[in-house]
Write a protein that binds this ligand. Structure first.
Ligand code: 5HY
Length: 244
């Protein structure tokens, strides 16, 4: 099977990290292709960045569909553009936040999400509500890390993340930790070993869920919420995005 991963930000070192995390868990017969849009923010930290990552993300989903990729992962913990991508794609589209929450709910009685900056907390809390995991989620925390600090060798990012996980373990009654940024994907295994509980990376979780959905012969239902967009003209710079 062929799975397309889109890192909606334009930082290629993070895209490579995401690809490595997916390939580490993909089944032998699964092709993983990871891309970033040609246009958009270098990192997604809040609603404005999130809004401007979506057009480029959707363009990559459409291209991958035309190239015959069978399923897609949106590799950003805001799950940006998830509903629009599901309208556009035939194959399953899984966001890393939703994937991480489903997987955590199967292995832990309750989880804490540790994301990057405090400003990202409300959006993640809204996803917890939207996906129906309010009963499972003990807290959404931020480790005070700018997203791109995760790409800088020698930055304090890893230490800050460890410290926030330690606080979660002592205060939240959590039984699993979800890493609230795709850029943390390479840290899950070591953190899980250090803190002796499941530390879940949404990139790996989403990759395996897409494999599972494809293995079940499932594609996105097109008769309701995610029916294809209706054909209509779009004007100006968005003309090329018009649904046909
Ligand atoms: C992510 N931002 O996973 C989110 C995390 C965040 O560029 N990739 C990003 O802080 O919202």
């Amino acid at each position: 099977m062929r799975i397309n991963l889109v890192n909606p930000n334009t930082t290629l070192s993070m895209t490579a990290k995401i690809a490595a995390a997916a390939r580490a868990v993909a089944a032998p017969g699964t092709e993983i292709r990871a891309v970033s849009p040609a246009m958009g923010p270098v990192s997604i930290e809040g609603h404005y960045d999130e809004a401007f990552c979506v057009p480029g993300l959707l363009e990559e989903i459409a291209k991958a569909e035309a190239e015959g990729f069978e399923g897609h992962v949106i590799a950003c913990f805001d799950d940006p553009g998830l509903d629009a991508a599901r309208e556009l794609a035939r194959g399953p589209v899984v966001g890393i936040a939703e994937a991480a929450m489903h997987v955590a709910s199967l292995v832990a009685g309750g989880f804490t999400i540790v994301t990057t900056l405090p400003r990202s907390i409300p959006a993640v809390e809204r996803l917890v509500e939207r996906y129906g995991f309010a009963r499972h989620c003990r807290r959404v925390r931020a480790a005070e890390i700018p997203v791109l600090a995760l790409e800088e060798p020698g930055s304090p990012a890893r230490e800050r993340l460890r410290a926030e996980i330690a606080r979660a373990l002592s205060e939240d009654r959590c039984e699993a930790i979800l890493l609230g940024c795709a850029g943390m994907a390479d840290l899950a295994e070591a953190l899980s070993a250090e803190f002796r509980l499941p530390v879940i990376d949404g990139v790996a979780a989403a990759t395996k869920l897409v494999e599972a959905l494809l293995g079940l012969g499932l594609a996105t239902s097109k008769i309701g919420a995610w029916a294809p967009p209706r054909a209509k003209p779009y004007s100006g710079a968005f003309a090329r995005f018009a649904p046909r």
